[in-house]
Ligand binder design. Sequence first.
Ligand SMILES: NC(=O)c1ccc[n+]([C@@H]2O[C@H](COP(=O)([O-])OP(=O)(O)OC[C@H]3O[C@@H](n4cnc5c(N)ncnc54)[C@H](OP(=O)(O)O)[C@@H]3O)[C@@H](O)[C@H]2O)c1
Length: 243
Amino acid sequence: MRPYIICHMITSLDGSILPDQWHSTAEVSVDAMIERHYDHCADSFKAQGWIVGRETMSHYVPGVADESVSDEKGFIAAQWREDNLKPANGKPLAIAFDPKGRLRPETAELDGEHLVLVLGAQAPTYAIEHLQRAGVSYLFAGQQGDDVLQALEKISAFYGVERLLLQGGAITNGHFLRAGAIDEISTLVCPALDGATTFKGIFQSTDSESQTTVAAPLNTHFLGYSILEDGVIWSKYRLTAAR
Ligand SMILES: NC(=O)c1ccc[n+]([C@@H]2O[C@H](COP(=O)([O-])OP(=O)(O)OC[C@H]3O[C@@H](n4cnc5c(N)ncnc54)[C@H](OP(=O)(O)O)[C@@H]3O)[C@@H](O)[C@H]2O)c1
């Protein structure tokens, strides 16, 4: 059993998830809008943790290593790649998909939350040794670290969590969408515009992923909306497999 996954994201009017690029003529700044609404709405879901991709987590966890897919020691016996999950002792989970083992957290916690890294078996040995020294929980989700369902099942089995937030970025959300691992989408649309060519939307797939791995057909059921302060519109949809 995997946990119920709510993808919670904040966007501009033109659908960008990159607030650094937004322009707004609203009375409050983009930062103030995000600070006022994003976490507050996220808390309303009463989830037991949140999930992000390596790029997004690098804003919170210091020491992102250079992209380094392998070292010689990195390809020793596959059985050495054992999960190393530690009890969360009731703390919420802060989960990052880091397939190449590029994050270098120094402690097992992030602002009082229990950090869990989802790695690929491709992650180099020195990265895993670092996590062991820092006492950080990690698990493996296939060679490329892209087996979303396996990762969620392991997390659910060990931590007993039933509800998690998926909070970007676009690449990670895209992996979850193609895996059929999103149950609900919650979007906060802000009165701001991006308009740049480096625009990213809520979900991203490469051309080959789009061609070879078509997202499972989904039905979207409208759950409701709220108009928040600052002209921010919060909408929620349930996703189910199309019959
Ligand atoms: N507006 C919002 O609500 C919101 C929320 C979150 C983030 N953001 C923004 O989004 C931007 C980052 O988004 P992003 O799409 O570039 O990055 P991302 O999804 O945060 O991270 C992408 C990276 O995560 C790893 N990854 C995650 N899942 C994987 C999987 N299943 N298989 C393989 N690799 C996987 C890969 O790491 P490697 O590259 O190491 O292989 C991939 O390149 C940031 O600017 C952030 O501020 C916005």
